[in-house]
Design a protein around this ligand. Sequence first.
Ligand SMILES: [Fe+2]
Ligand SMILES: [Fe+2]
Length: 307
Amino acid sequence: MNYIPIRLNTLRPDVPVFFDLFIHIADKQIHYIKKNEIFDSHRLTKLRIKGVKKLFVSSEEEESYLKYLDECLNTLSQKNIELSKRGEMSYDTLVTDAENAERNLETEKSYAAVKGRVSKIIDFLGSEQGTLKSILEAAGCALDNHQHAANVSSLATGLALRVGGISPREVGDLALAALLHDLGKSKLGFTGPIQLNKLTPQQVKDYKKHPEKAVELLSSKKYVTPTILRLIIEHEELADGKGYPERKSLGGLSVTSQILSLCNQFDSYSMATQTPPTQAIKAFFEEKSQFFDLDHLAMLGDLLAGK
Ligand SMILES: [Fe+2]
Ligand SMILES: [Fe+2]
């Protein structure tokens, strides 16, 4: 049997699950919770204390899990649920979608399901003050490409909604582009935080091909829009014209490309300095402000402070 990892924070306490849940212990998948059993909050807390972050479902039951996840995401608008819990659920959903991105890109149906989940998180981010902060507090410093993709997607979406004047379709494309922007990086064999000054000249050359590599992988998918491809190819461009691949300057980039570039650089800075995103903005502003629109930076600072 094949197993699909699912993140703990996407499971809701005290409601029945529609699928069997397994836990990975000593290289084995052990049956942990039976289908239709209630996953009580006590058990969930115990797993969290033990540092368990993932459980598993069989691939045959993945469809049931995704249906359940959709229902859980509908609770993001329920203000009687603590904001921090809704932030955790949003973050874990984004990481799950980043982890499964390649598989979900295989069919239009599974890609549409990702779009549906992402749009619920966009609605959450636009619903009340402090939502972006709640997601990033759940996230902390990204440790791998998938967590980085989830952080950049929530940062870019939150900032786009704050900047305003960006259509819902463009915000949706931006959120998805952010989730997929570094797909080429793992394909070229680069995982985790990268410090260019520690790579050989050849490695730097290879690394800088990652925006084009992602577009190469995605351009055959008719359902991935040209706007998403453009956002991905431009995500490493910088305002001073020293970014890549096309050395564009700020004026040559759309507002959404500017937002993606800023959020990507900001989360990369948080990873490299091991400073959680909610605490990294002041130092980032001091060191990197010449590369970005200052209004965008100020708005990002407000959002990260929960304002
Ligand atoms: Fe990148
Ligand atoms: Fe990135």
